[in-house]
Ligand binder design. Sequence first.
Ligand SMILES: Cc1ncc(COP(=O)(O)O)c(C=O)c1O
Length: 393
Amino acid sequence: MIYLDNSATTKPSAAVIEAMTRALQEDYGNPSSLYRLGLSAEKLLKASRASVAKSLGASPEEIFFTSCGTESDNTAIKAVWESRSKQGKRVITSSVEHPAVLNCCKWLQTRGADVVFLPVDSRGLVRLEDLENALTEDTILVSIMHVNNESGAIMPIAEIASLLRKRGSKAIFHSDGVQSWGKLPLDMKALGVDLYSVSGHKVHGPKGVGALYVKKGLHLPAFMHGGGQELNFRSGTENMPGIAGIGAAAEAINTGLKESVERIWAAKLHLKERLTADIENIKFNGPDADGPGACQSAAPSVLNVSFIGCRGEVLLHTLDTAGICVSTGSACSSKVRGSHVLSAMGLKPEEIEGAVRFSFSDENTPEEMDYVADTLKEAVASQRRLRAAFKKR
Ligand SMILES: Cc1ncc(COP(=O)(O)O)c(C=O)c1O
């Protein structure tokens, strides 16, 4: 099988599985317990927190474990609203966020929030002028994702943080980093964010565990009340196998990000080259439209392509038959028609209909990409032939 849907989820690495197995079989104590078994679980908890912190250029006290990227996003957004909505009602986000942010902000609207959904340009990027125009005295939260899960666009996060500082804004700045963690070098201080969400299963870790970076000094109300775990911020006995897994995944980022990203780029660029050479009437969407090679503002991990005159969904099933996994949009919304991200970028209906998202991991090879390109060439030609014959009737 050739797995090219790594933005939906990734295959857990051997190191992750080993760490999780050990947590289940040996370190199964409760980290709050005072005897040795508990202390050894607490040691594991600390080590995982330190690894995640290092991968984000943060301190361990700034990392809070959650159950997933969605929970990290919900916690960040709702905790800011809970603590600041008396000071202001404006929340600024983008129209291309993942539903974890988008639907959270829509829910805030029902509570009286004045939410601005910023548009994006044709590459899928938020424009700083639009943010500047939307920014008011009573803006309490700005939530803009780092890498978009469908277009691969890298948003100008450091520039947004610097704009907020320049304008003297009191807004808290949250970024959904679920698709940037393990794909870009990250340093929370250099980025200038207050809150940053990540998820284990997008970086060869397990499902059901995520983390939220909360900048030191920023005090937010607890999201889950109970026994006071996670410094009283997120109660509930810690998901130790998950935390051991996300810690091992973070350790792999700490030790091998550069090499891993080089391999991801090599696979993506090889596929891009082959598709350009072999298949007519296609369109690269997002920053990858800017030409051959590694485009500015394009993440290594995503290639979104419209095969004009085809239905992406039919291509997905043809590729599946050939042992290749791809997606037509984000996995969470793949059962909903049309992509809100591609629509916001202004793509024509036939470009949206023919869109396929390829998302890469460092396990993909250029040889695999040759097989994908050959299979696609045949699949696209046959679908176009069929559709043309059907039209003639
Ligand atoms: C950008 C982005 N944010 C949030 C999420 C949700 O993460 P999780 O599946 O861990 O809840 C995803 C998952 O696809 C995502 O791509």
